[in-house]
Design a binder for this molecule. Structure first.
Ligand SMILES: NC(=O)c1ccc[n+]([C@@H]2O[C@H](COP(=O)([O-])OP(=O)(O)OC[C@H]3O[C@@H](n4cnc5c(N)ncnc54)[C@H](OP(=O)(O)O)[C@@H]3O)[C@@H](O)[C@H]2O)c1
Length: 293
């Protein structure tokens, strides 16, 4: 009855993986097994099968992904290898076990043409390679597994790794001004909040499996988001570069103009979801404090 819950985490050195690692103590009676890409490359079926056979995992949180949206346009086969073949390997390794897969997907599965927030069952029609590979990953899970959570999220940031929030913050603090696009709408989402939702699913043994969308509440665009980071810097009496909004920022990959996700389904299970501003402020404050030390 009181047996420990065992959780495998892939892609443990990414920003979501590292956030989960920093929060693992919050779940009592749970053993986490973190594997980074060197210890466990999900495109290598043999090693994956070996790890899965050696332990009896109750959950696998798949944080491993090819996430570079720009590079994916140049190296689609690499994006598909991790985001599709890697996921297929996980499915094969878990078939016949009781392991519940918690897989992370993206707002970029949508084309951005809708005027209002996207629902889980709206037609997904990605416009870049990253989004196409992530959608294919979702579809293979839905086709082959019954016990899974696919969690679509957006605009992730944390104090770990590389992300937009950190790039903007450190450029501004170093006195650099930036031109940022105001054309795309979405919701910046803290890896902390997403991790808490994932831990909630495990802790409460939620068994309403399926596809969920989880982001912070509210919406913004990249430029307003950057301006908000600047406001926090200014409030801390630190001098800052400027932010200038522009309509077109040249990128290789197309990006959806609207990728706001409707999160009602997740909120019905888990009402405590913060507005994006609150979560951004907490992470910026931590990074500023670390910077001033
Ligand atoms: N970042 C975002 O804005 C965003 C938005 C929506 C959804 N998501 C999704 O959220 C999840 C977590 O993203 P994140 O921001 O934490 O990404 P991240 O920081 O880029 O981390 C991804 C991790 O996956 C690892 N990885 C890559 N290929 C692998 C392989 N073949 N086997 C095992 N590990 C591999 C990477 O290892 P290396 O460091 O060795 O490459 C990296 O540590 C992903 O599924 C992503 O698609 C992200």
């Amino acid at each position: 009855m009181n047996e420990k819950v065992s959780v495998l985490v892939t892609g443990a050195n990414g920003q979501l993986g590292l956030t989960l690692k920093s929060k693992q103590k919050e779940l009592k009676n749970t053993d986490f097994h973190f594997y980074d890409s060197k210890e466990l490359d999900i495109t290598k079926k043999g090693r994956l099968t070996q790890i899965v056979r050696e332990s009896n995992f109750d959950y696998c949180i798949n944080c491993a992904a090819y996430t570079n949206v720009e590079e994916a346009e140049k190296f689609p086969e690499q994006a598909y290898a991790v985001n599709v073949k890697g996921v297929e390997n996980l499915i094969e390794a878990f078939i016949g076990t009781e392991t519940i897969l918690i897989h992370i997907s993206t707002d970029y599965v949508f084309d951005g043409q809708k005027g209002t927030p996207y629902l889980e069952n709206d037609l997904a029609s990605p416009i870049n390679i990253y989004g196409k590979s992530k959608l294919k990953g979702e579809l293979v899970i839905q086709e082959h597994l019954e016990r899974f959570f696919i969690i679509r999220t957006s605009w992730l940031y944390s104090k770990f790794g590389n992300n937009f929030l950190k790039t903007v913050l450190f450029n501004l603090i170093n006195g650099k001004s930036m031109k940022i696009s105001s054309m795309e709408k979405g919701a910046p989402t803290s890896c902390n909040s997403l991790s808490e939702f994932i831990l909630f699913l495990i802790n409460k043994k939620i068994n309403e499996f399926g596809l969920y969308q989880f982001t912070a509440r509210g919406q913004t665009n990249w430029c307003e988001y950057a301006k908000y980071i600047r406001e926090i810097i200014m409030k801390a009496s630190i001098s800052s570069g400027d932010i200038n909004c522009i309509e077109h920022f040249k990128t290789i990959a197309k990006r959806p103009k609207n990728s706001v996700l409707d999160i009602s389904k997740a909120r019905n299970l888990y009402p405590k979801i913060n507005y994006w501003e609150e979560d951004v402020e907490s992470v910026v404050q931590v990074l500023i404090q670390n910077h001033l030390k």
